[in-house]
Design a protein around this ligand. Structure first.
Ligand code: FE2
Ligand code: FE2
Length: 361
């Protein structure tokens, strides 16, 4: 399947890889001076070796060749956007990489020299002028979305905000069009729930976008659909209400009390069913000298749980399987949790058998 190339704003091009579920979006901006004598070409999150052959041909059409890239912006350090850097620098040894210093600390491990890098924090202002053409761009932090030093860039000429992994999504829209529709938000929320650390990080980034003047007309993320028009406001306001990452791992005191009750009820039933398994399990759950002790006991009663519900239940299940004939006890545990309504309330629980040692192949 082919890469899609589309001009999403003035001289701002999307180069979209063809994967159905999670694609990569590379972007190219051609800054052209008003007298058309000067040109500066900037590429954003330039992809991976998987993209190189297609990128090589597309850049030949758009800018006369990969050697004509002057600026390379990287939103963060992930290999889905940085593993082409060495190849791009081989084509033009004078190309300059722009990104946060946190990002470059990791990206330099590819063997990239500091002379090819400028940290965006080292500019005097967040708005920077491309001297040769007179264009303005603004660097906008997206801290912890999803990397500590994640950055976005706003191009004033096209009013396109390149947002990196922020507002990126898996592809949930049925048609292959590049622009987001209502259907795109499912993929965006899934991506953010998995990769973003907390709602707080999202809110800070949303606020920074709201301070841009003028507001962006197009948001161009590194994966999924390009967002424009009313969908920008709509998706940003829906993201303010989305629980992601650590938010999904937090739980209320009553949920915790319920789980402790259910575990104690299970232990009590197990004691009546099979005293031998019960005693072995209690020994394992109380085991001292472990890196983390998940349960606090008073005598043989669980009083507190230190990690998440999922961790706690996984830990019991794993230990039951370490004890011979553990499986009937697992259904007892499931029954206890069901009787407390916990399985419905906390649907993340998984009760499939966890092998103690998973085979590699
Ligand atoms: Fe990433
Ligand atoms: Fe990414």
């Amino acid at each position: 399947m082919d890469y899609i190339v589309n001009e999403i704003g003035k001289e701002f091009f999307l180069i979209r890889s063809p994967e159905k579920e999670l694609n990569r979006n590379i972007y190219l901006k051609r800054f052209i001076s008003s007298d058309r004598k000067e040109r500066v070409n900037m590429i954003f999150d330039p992809g991976t070796p998987l993209d190189y052959e297609a990128l090589f041909k597309i850049l030949k059409d758009l800018i006369g060749g990969v050697q004509n890239i002057n600026l390379i912006f990287i939103s963060h350090q992930d290999p889905d956007l940085t593993s082409n850097l060495k190849a791009l620098l081989a084509a033009n040894q004078n190309a300059l990489i722009l990104g946060s210093i946190d990002t470059f600390r990791l990206v330099s491990m590819y063997g990239i020299s500091e002379k090819n890098f400028k940290g965006v924090e080292t500019f005097k202002r967040d708005i920077v002028k491309i001297s040769r053409t007179g264009h303005l761009i603004q660097f906008v932090p997206a801290y912890f979305c999803h990397f500590r030093g994640a950055m976005m860039v706003y191009d004033f000429e096209s009013k396109v905000l390149f947002s990196g992994d922020f507002l990126a999504g898996t592809n949930t829209k049925k048609n292959g069009d590049i622009y987001a529709t209502e259907e795109s938000f499912d993929g965006i929320s899934m991506f953010h729930q998995i990769y973003m650390p907390s709602k707080k990080a999202l809110l800070l980034t949303i606020d920074r976008i709201g301070l841009l003047n003028p507001l962006p007309e197009v948001i161009a993320p590194q994966h999924g659909d390009v967002i424009k028009g009313n969908f920008i406001y709509d998706f940003l306001s829906r993201l303010t209400k989305l629980d992601v990452g650590l938010d999904l791992m937090s739980w209320t005191q009553s949920e915790k009390d319920n789980l402790i009750d259910a575990i104690n009820q299970f232990l009590n039933s197990l004691k009546n069913l099979d005293k031998d398994i019960y005693e072995k399990l209690i020994l394992k759950l109380k085991r001292v000298g472990e890196f983390t002790q998940i349960f606090s006991f008073k005598d043989d009663i669980v009083e507190d749980i230190k990690l998440t519900p999922q961790d706690s239940v996984d830990y019991i299940v794993r230990n039951l399987y370490e004890i011979e004939n553990g499986s009937p006890s697992v259904s007892l545990l499931v029954n206890s949790l069901t009787n407390h309504g916990l399985i419905d309330k906390l649907p993340k629980f998984k009760f499939e058998r966890k092998d103690i040692e998973s085979p590699l192949e």
